[in-house]
Design a protein. Structure first.
Length: 145
């Protein structure tokens, strides 16, 4: 091989390698890291809503049914969003295992989503004694490191 051919070949392989690494990095960023970041923001929003709507979660209905309806809708949306986010992350179980607690396991997110639906349904009931247990379950599951 001639010296100029070796230089061109080395340059071409370097450019192709750099382009390949860039493309792989973009794929990981767009399909894994951004959805994981969105999921963590959703967990924060869930914690916020549990505090913000604490009165509607624990206090029996006393006339302000509009705020109870808003709280019920919010918890139902959060439940649906949690399920949606988990399904949108490729290889979620692998990332959950790899994160060592930073991301809750799939079964735990399903349990939290179910508890959110339970709170959503119970907002209009007189007996809200189960909501304290549901809220504790959600906080335990979603309060990851």
């Amino acid at each position: 091989m001639s010296e100029p051919f070796k230089i061109v070949l080395t340059s071409a392989l370097t450019v192709i390698g750099g382009l390949l690494i860039f493309v792989i990095g973009q794929i990981i960023t767009k399909f894994v890291l951004e959805p994981l970041q969105e999921f963590k923001k959703l967990l924060g929003k869930t914690s916020y809503s549990l505090v913000y709507f604490a009165g509607e979660i624990h206090t029996p209905v006393e006339g302000d049914t509009e705020k109870c309806r808003i709280a019920s809708d919010e918890f139902r949306k959060l439940s649906s969003s949690i399920n949606s986010c988990v399904e949108s992350i490729p290889f979620y179980d692998f990332w959950s295992w790899l994160s060592r607690g930073f991301i809750p396991p799939r079964h735990a997110t399903s349990e939290a989503a179910g508890a959110l639906i339970g709170i959503s349904n119970a907002v209009f009931h007189r007996d809200r004694s189960n909501n304290q247990t549901r809220e504790a379950t959600i906080k335990r599951i979603l309060s990851t490191n």
